[in-house]
Write a protein that binds this ligand. Structure first.
Ligand code: ADP
Ligand code: 5GP
Length: 204
């Protein structure tokens, strides 16, 4: 188990629900909230940068990291492997900064075992029809990929009871306010603030 002063936020959502839109704005707006860069064996998409979007590594390197316990969690999805690196996460959390993990549901449930205090956030699309509409309007996926993503979305949505917070992403502004509010509330939690409260008390 990892001991640390920083908060861990885990965010999952069916593809197309608005997770990238919300998380990008959050990490740009909130200080000391760091986006966790995962390791993956998939190839970079156009525009993706190694060390910014992912650490792109080959199968042999991924195998070696698995063998040496280098991942907090890892999964195989859509034919590729993805993992959250342990060393990097421990370093950031040790400095008291917060980390946001954008990972799919299986990995999220494994993080909960490794770090029971992690705050789990799930982003809900307003409906199946609007999710399909968003996937189409994003224009990144073929009809067949959209069908697979919609099927996968149902399985992911079924796991909502494992999450602490469910953000309905209908009105984007309201969804964002809730997302940011969760981070601020965690920063004011008793667990996080107890050392400060004790220090203040000692001054009396
Ligand atoms: P994800 O990262 O979950 O796959 P994106 O953030 O890429 O999803 O969003 C999918 C599409 O839906 C994008 O075109 C985005 O602009 C749009 N979108 C996101 N949130 C909303 C919202 N609240 N209302 C309408 N469209 C949205
Ligand atoms: P993509 O290939 O579209 O970038 O990501 C596919 C899926 O993998 C997304 O649901 C994303 O959240 C998830 N993912 C990315 N990194 C990790 C990781 O380190 N661990 C897990 N479990 N899932 C990840």
């Amino acid at each position: 188990m990892i001991q640390h002063p920083g908060n861990v936020f885990v965010v999952s959502a069916p593809s197309g629900a608005g997770k990238s839109t919300l998380t990008q704005r959050l990490v740009q707006s909130v200080p000391d909230l760091i986006f966790s860069i995962s390791f993956t064996t998939r190839k970079p998409r156009p525009g993706e940068v190694d060390g910014r979007d992912y650490f792109f590594i080959d199968d042999a390197r991924f195998d070696a990291m698995v063998a040496e316990g280098g991942f907090v969690e890892w999964v195989q999805v859509y034919g590729h492997r993805y993992g959250t690196g342990r060393a990097w996460l421990e370093d950031v959390l040790g400095t008291g900064r917060d980390v946001l993990l954008d990972i799919e549901t299986t990995g999220a449930l494994n993080v909960r075992h490794a770090m029971p205090e992690a705050r789990m956030i799930f982003i809900l699309p307003p409906s199946a029809a609007s999710l399909e509409q968003r996937l189409r309007s994003r224009g990144k996926d073929s009809d067949e990929q959209i069908r697979i993503r919609m099927e996968h979305a149902r399985h992911e949505l079924e796991l909502y009871p494992a999450y602490d917070y469910l953000i309905l992403n209908d009105d984007l502004e309201l969804a964002y306010q809730q997302f940011e509010g969760i981070v601020h509330a965690a920063r004011a939690s008793r667990e996080r603030m107890a050392p400060t409260a004790r220090r203040i008390l000692e001054g009396f």
